[in-house]
Design a protein around this ligand. Sequence first.
Ligand code: GLN
Length: 286
Amino acid sequence: MTLAEVLAQDSQRLRQAPGLDLRTARLEVQILLCHALGVARSWLISHDRDALTGPAAQAYAALLTRRLAGEPIAYIVGSREFFGLEFKATPAVLIPRPETELLVELALARIPENQPCRVLDLGTGSGAIAISIAKNRPLATVTAVDQSLEALAVARENALRLDALNVRFLHSDWFGALGEEKFALIVTNPPYIETADKHLQHGDVRFEPLSALASGADGLDDIRRIAAVAPIHLEAGGWLLFEHGYDQGERCREMLRQRGFLKVETIRDLAGLERVSMGLGARKPG
Ligand code: GLN
């Protein structure tokens, strides 16, 4: 079969997978073909009359089988683009998501370009947030923590590959290993899905670490904990910014106000959904 025929046939097959439209299915088949052939997408498009044969055909068939079984494309090819950078992604870490780029943008807007600044990323996973911030603010020092050693290994590898020298990685359950350290900015994309949410049984999330997704009956266990302890670790005038579910904005704002945060607000993502809440740490945590 030619590459064009493979693309036409297999994008129809992949489209049967829940949640995949034809455009996404075509894109994913192209990504798998590129991975198997070791070529760029532009090559694929200009060589679509070539036949798919030999070891590349076998490699591609194996990749497609995994995708048809539901495994996320990012784990199959081993990487995902985030904030213009290529991050290694394994099942030890949550796959970086486009909506999380909003958190990075909001963080960057609060970090000076021309002076040092201490930033903390809680539950760094692949390191996508911490490394994106570090690359865009070379004078900042980013501390990235995770309770998973496997995740930290992936994050460290990403920092090395992307040449992010101003990130420090630490094994820590939220603030656990941070002692008295204070930061000008604390960012986090914590788990926030309700443990019983049926969404956890479908699509990519089935393959991702549950510890990065689910957080108690209302999904807010970890955010509550973070909001309670963050004031102790914020410098005067420091910000806490975190991602949450589309229907958790009001509860998150309330929680921040109760913990004494000022200038509490929620920002919507590109889909118009409440996605990131933030507050300015007050001097005396209550
Ligand atoms: N936004 C992700 C999802 O709904 C969840 C990420 C998270 O819990 N931090 O799949």
